[in-house]
Design a protein around this ligand. Sequence first.
Ligand SMILES: Nc1ncnc2c1ncn2[C@@H]1O[C@H](COP(=O)(O)OP(=O)(O)OP(=O)(O)O)[C@@H](O)[C@H]1O
Length: 581
Amino acid sequence: MPPAASSVTPRRILSLARPEARRLSAGVFFLFIGSGLSLLFPQAIRLIIDEALGARDQALIDRATLWMTVIFAVTAVANALRYYFFTSAGENVVQALRERLFSHLVSQEVAFFDNSKTGELVTRLGADTAVLQQSVSGNIAMALRSGAQVLGGVALLFYTSPTLTLLMLTVVPPVVVVAMVYGRRMRLTSRRVNDEHAASNAVAEEIFVGIRTVRSFAAERHEGGRYSVALAKALALARRRTQLSAFFIGGSTFGGFIAGSLVLWYGSRLMLRGDLSIGSLTSFLVYTTLVSMSVSGLTDLWADFMRASGSAERVFDLLDRKPGMPISGGERIDPLQGHVEFQSVRFAYPTRLDAPVLKDLNLAIQPGEVVAIVGPSGAGKSTIAGLLARMYDPQGGSLLLDGRDLRTVDPEWLRQQIGVVAQEPMLFSGSIFDNIRYGRLDATEAEVEAAARAANAHDFVCRFPDGYRTSVGERGVQLSGGQKQRVAIARAILKDPRLLVLDEATSALDAESEHLVKDALERLMRGRTTLIIAHRLSTVLGADRVLVLEGGQVVQSGSHASLMEQEGLYRRLVERQFAAA
Ligand SMILES: Nc1ncnc2c1ncn2[C@@H]1O[C@H](COP(=O)(O)OP(=O)(O)OP(=O)(O)O)[C@@H](O)[C@H]1O
């Protein structure tokens, strides 16, 4: 069943065009001039045939030709201006729509992205909005032009011969009915074609992002196959759409010819009876051609519009999606001490609600305390960090910051208070400078450099020929693991947060980098409430307290020394996991 959105969508597409009303009105103005003037052409033909040729009046032919040239020139200018105004309006509309959709998408909660494919979202943002541009700039203009030509043409046909006009119009109702049925199928098919295109883009994007893995498994051919399968689905549907169009184009052409033949047949009879002049019949035929071309143009546009509706539905679905969590708004805690408490927290990822990660988790961290969390892989250590930064909300219990429920705190402010150094830091394409400054977008050059020094990054940065202007590549691929970590630390230092979350890298760096990173981290932790997801013995040794996580709960807590004295998970973990260290 087509969704209820179908009746709303055309109106919504038009409503997008509202801010461009001035340009569009200018476009409409020139459109009416252009199409109005083109309707005068058959009148000139009639004049020349009936008046000038009959009377052998050379001067009248000259005058009529001159006027025709003037009319063509004005029509040409009007058409050019119409095109300009409509197209630029379309471009503006799509730009505004993309901005709106983008900021709406980035405001969605993290769980939304767990469940979406990036390639698909990018397709919605790029390709689907581009189809809408076509709709606004080309199609509205053409529809108005064709509509005006049909109305004007039919009026002039009536003026020339009412009976002939009624005869000609008998072909219109069947064409309209067919167009309605066809338009509906077109919209549904287009929507599916777009979905398949988006899916194939998602496959390609995933492969590009993971090219190193693909290469190391020599899986290029396998991935090529996966992409081909995705493309084939899109192609099969696109072929269905093309068949629909082809059938329809054939039908509407046939309708046009039928109308022309009827007019010629009956018009000739009228002429033989002396009820119609040759000039009138000729101009009538030209009008008929014009009108039937416009009608078939309109039906094509109808198809295009339905195609655009297919894209628009997806775009509007996304625009209508309410974020599951606000990104700003709420109270701020001033001054923030940095006391963190988890009270009976229950949590499962929204994509996997039946697999609870945290069950009745209780923990408290004092301001300035450094707490290390250890536990088996998959125990939920990173999840705790994610909840603290409010990437997700727990399903039960609460998180308190200085005694206030995290849900009442302004998320934007909260994230300014938390510095996260992830296991594999995410850098954005741009320079090292830009990436460090991501910590505080208004930081000066000197502040960025000071942060880099404190993060032990300054020396390696200076060894690059371009220094801080060195590009890091997409996702930071042009930097080593240890370098990326130090850039991420510099970023956190610049941010100067009250709370710190460190997700320690599982893969060991070489001794020198390890030392530099550790040294930088120690400087960063000073005086901040710190939660470390620990993978190294040296880290737990340096922590004020160690929490041992298992089965979604804290099962042990205490200093390394006290925990080692107890029989329990911690001692086993240390003996196994940290044995090498
Ligand atoms: N975005 C997500 N969506 C659904 N499930 C997730 C998501 N992230 C993690 N999980 C699941 O939640 C559980 C806890 O994951 P988490 O990353 O917190 O473990 P961890 O203790 O940090 O593990 P490790 O030491 O291996 O990094 C795992 O079973 C994991 O499969």
